[in-house]
Design a protein around this ligand. Structure first.
Ligand code: PRP
Ligand code: ADE
Length: 171
């Protein structure tokens, strides 16, 4: 399957210089969306996970169906101010701005094997922040799975100690 046929590239969105990779055409094709999720789920299953965690909003698009398929827990990592109970939170930078993410304090048990999913890896700011939150709660990050990796951007050393899977890579 050539998944890239179902990704649309928009230049200078949301800010000048960014080549935005739009995953909505892939999601709009039920067969392709299902096949992409099933393929990612094979990787996730191989990591023998307890929990799947994902940052909002597009991370949920991949994390929830993978968790459902594998009958595993799903933990939402949300932009600050959106979770109603006690949280830990952190600030971070991403390809086109800054934000902060939070996770419920009781979402992860110490020693849980946690797999983090997101639609896209760009500078790595979002995944780095998500890893920090999971580890602060004592979770072990056993892998990170993306639909898309932008290999032309520098994620520096952020992910060098983690197992990374990407369904599509743009060089
Ligand atoms: O590697 P990075 O430079 O951190 O960029 C990747 C992140 O950017 C996008 O999320 P965004 O914050 O735009 O939010 P959304 O999912 O709510 O659209 C995308 O879904 C990733 O989470
Ligand atoms: N280039 C990009 N396309 C889509 N989502 C993104 N999130 C961060 N960078 C992005």
């Amino acid at each position: 399957m050539d998944y890239k046929e179902h990704i649309q590239i928009i230049n200078d969105y949301p800010v000048k210089g960014v080549q935005f990779k739009d995953i909505t055409p892939l999601m709009q094709n039920g067969e392709v969306y299902q096949q992409a999720i099933d393929e990612m789920a094979v990787y996730v299953k191989s990591k023998n996970v307890d929990v799947i965690a994902a940052p909002e909003a597009r991370g949920f698009v991949v994390g929830c169906p993978i968790a459902y398929t594998l009958n595993k827990s799903f933990v939402p990592v949300r932009k600050s101010g959106k979770l109603p109970r006690m949280v830990v939170e952190t600030n971070y930078g991403l390809e086109y701005g800054k934000a902060s993410l939070a996770i419920h304090k009781d979402a992860i048990n110490p020693g849980d094997r946690v797999l983090i999913t997101d639609d896209l890896l760009a500078t790595g700011g979002t995944i780095d922040a998500t890893i920090q939150l999971v580890e602060e709660l004592g979770g072990e990050v056993v892998g990170c799975a993306f639909l898309i990796e932008l290999a032309y951007l520098e994620h520096g050393e952020k992910l060098q100690n983690y197992d990374v899977y990407s369904l599509m890579t743009y060089n």
